[in-house]
Design a protein around this ligand. Sequence first.
Ligand code: UT7
Length: 391
Amino acid sequence: MFGAPSMSAVASSVASCARASAARVPSRRGGYAARLGVGAKSARGASVVPAAFTPAGAKIAGVGMELPSQSLTNEDLAALVDTNDEWIRTRTGIGKRHVISGDESLTSLAAGAAKKALAMANVDAKDVDVIILATSSPDDAFGSACTVQAEIGASGALAYDLTAACSGFVVGLVNGVHFLRGGEYEHVLVIGADVLSRYVDWRDRGTCILFGDGAGACVLSKTTDPNDCCLLGFDMHSDGTGNGNLTSKFTSESQVCGTAKPTSESDGAASGVGSFANIAMNGQEVFKFAVRTVPDTLTKSLDKAGVSSEEIDHLVLHQANQRIIDGAAKKFGLGKEKVVSNIEKYGNTSAGSVPIAMAEAVLEGRIKQGDIVATAGFGAGLTWASAILRW
Ligand code: UT7
C-alpha cells in the first residue's frame, strides 16, 4: 500500500527531542534531579542518583467530533444577503454549515467531542494529564479549557487554551506529542473547536457564507517505543505582517476599557464593556497566502519525515475552500480517493475543521491504523502548520 517512512528520520527526531527534554523538562515527581546526568550535583552540592531517561512516543488513541444541532443552508443565507447556492458551491464547495443555538456553546461542543475521543481511546477522563484546547472563540476571555476539563471530569489535568486560529489544532497536536515524547505524561487530550458564528457579520456575504461551528478532538497516549510515534515530521510558522488580512479586533467604546488607566472622572462607573468586532477578511489575499504556504509547509514536513508524496494515504487539510484543497492535492499528485473533504456539510469550522475531518474519516473507516496522514492548517495570525502522521 505504501512504503514505510524512514525509521532513521523518526529515531533521530525522537532522540533529539529526548536530549532536549532531558536537559529542560522537570520530572513530574522529583523535579529536575531525576533528569540530571551522571555526576550531577543537587542544588546543595550533594551527588544525586543518576536516572536513565526513557524517551517515549505518542499514538493517536481516539478521535471524536461534535456539531451543533442547527444548520444553515446556502438557501437560508440567500435570504439574508445577496448570494446564491451556485456561487457559494462553485467558489467554496460549501453547501451548509452548523451554528450553535440554545444552550450550545464552545465548551459544550468541545466537551462533547472530547468525551467521544476518550471513549474511543478507552481512556478515563481522570487519567488525562494535559488538555490543550485550540480555539479563537472561547466562552470566557480567560479561556474555556478549564470549563471543558470540569465538564468531562478530567480532574487531574492541566487545561489551557491555545490560540492559533485555523492552524490551532495542528499546532496543538504537535505540542501534545512533545509532552508525551518528553516521557512525563501518559495521556494528552487535544481539542480544536470554534464557534465563529458569534463573530460573523451576517450582512457580509464575503464571510458569512464561509464559517460554521464545530469541535473535534483526539486523545494522544504514550507509547514506550519511540519508533511507534505518530508524528513523523512537522513544520509550523506565523507571519504577523499579514495580520490585517483576517481579524476580529477587540474594540471598546469606553476610554476606560482596555485603553487607559481609570481616572477620577471614571470613579463610581463600571469599566466600559469591550467586545470583539465582526470578522473582517481580505478573501483574495488569504486565498493567495493559503495556495502559497500549504504546499510549501507540507513539502517541508514530508522532507523532515522522510516520506514521499506517493506514500500519503490521506490528505486532511483545513476545510476553508475546496479550491485550496484541490490545488494542494493536485500539487502532490493525490487523487480524490486520498483527499478528505467535508466542507460541503460543515463549511469552515476554523480550529475545529482538521480534527472534525480526521474524526469523520476514522469513523467512516477511511483512515486506518498504519495509514500515513498529511495534514495542514492555515489562517488568521497569519499562521500555518503541517504534520505528517502515521495513524
Ligand atoms: O479559515 C481561514 C482561511 N480563510 C480562507 O482560506 C478564505 C480564503 N478566501 C476564499 O476562500 C475566497 O477568497 C472567497 C470564497 C472568500 C471569495 O472568493 P473569490 O473567488 O476570491 O471571490 P472575490 O472576493 O474575488 O469576489 C468575486 C465577486 C465579487 O464581485 P465583483 O466585484 O466581481 O462584481 C464579489 O463581490 O464575487 C462577489 N461575491 C459574491 N457573490 C455572491 C463575494 N461574495 C459573494 C457571495 N455571493 N457570497
